[in-house]
Design a protein around this ligand. Sequence first.
Ligand code: GDP
Ligand code: MN
Length: 399
Amino acid sequence: MDIHEYQAKEVLSNFGVACPDGALAYSPEQAAYRARELGGERWVVKAQIHAGGRGKAGGVKVCDSDREIEEACENMFGAKLVTHQTGPEGKGVYRVYVEAAVPIDREIYLGFVLDRTSQRVMIVASAEGGMEIEDISAEKPDSIVRATVEPAVGLQEFQCRQIAFKLGVDPSLTQQLVRTLQGCYRAFTELDATMVEINPLVVTGDNRILALDAKMTFDDNALFRHPHVAELRDKSQEDPRESRAADRGLNYVGLDGNIGCIVNGAGLAMATMDTIKLAGGEPANFLDIGGGATPERVAKAFRLVLSDKNVQAILVNIFAGINRCDWVAEGVVQALKEVEVDVPVIVRLAGTNVEAGQKILAQSGLPIIRAATLSEAADRAVGAWRNDLSQATRVRAVS
Ligand code: GDP
Ligand code: MN
């Protein structure tokens, strides 16, 4: 789960990371009012969306007066902001963050990620802040400083000093950088984050180190342990299909194709998507319905997949190990009777009690297209989507 910049700054502030003073606003008038509350003569108005690259796309404006603040907001509110990270459809702006502008001496890049190779939290830093990390690694790879943290002892002060030294930070500022690094690391581990990025972390003209931008991503599977983090979710920034799935406890990722997939197991779901592509089709989604595919879960999965209007065929691929094919088949039949499914449905079952499962599908009287292997299932799904959208292969279940 991603959160907004202002939320990440609030979270990180609680761990001792210094940020500029700022205030949230939901309208241009409120933004101007909140700027007056903050005081000063220069402010930065920042569109709050779940994507970076706002600066280049007009989502970050430095303002010197009430009028400029309101004008900047008028252009941001209600519009879709398109940055190189949002995709062409952009993301809606419903909140802006107003900050006291700060004089910048230098910009540093700072990121905390999970490094799967070393199985450690890795700190990535660069003296070339302000640029995206992808550009830094392409153009200035030598400027990147990396350090991994030994989980048993946590981030050590000597490591932080080493990073400060490699970044060429003035020795009088080392202590502030140590505090920032340790605050980020503690927030990362204690809140089950998967990414913390501060770009830029700045050194100001008056010798302070401040997080000018902040981004955090959290492990969805650990959100139940952190209700205060979970409540930062902003569904207006998410793919509506994915929020619906998350509400129903299903692992779903929406894609652009038109063959819907209902699969048990993440690995099998990936293999199913690959096989669909191999057969010349495009998957509409990734969906792992989990091990215990009860009829209720299967029905939920059908509703979810069908809520995507691009879906023109559904491939159900179940491998029953702990589960049983006859139970799954009953679930599919029950789901098709409950949910109005008006696209071809292809079912491939394998594993425990597969014969009993096939029999249930065959005797259901529903026009389910059965397949013995995954590649046959993918071929049939692609075939059904390409030309067999005739009534003959359609399943129109009665409710
Ligand atoms: P992003 O483009 O979405 O990553 O948004 P950022 O928050 O990183 O802002 C983009 C750029 O705006 C930064 O790299 C800064 O150069 C500039 N910026 C943001 N806040 C301030 C500020 O308070 N003062 C000044 N001078 N520039 C700022
Ligand atoms: Mn940034």
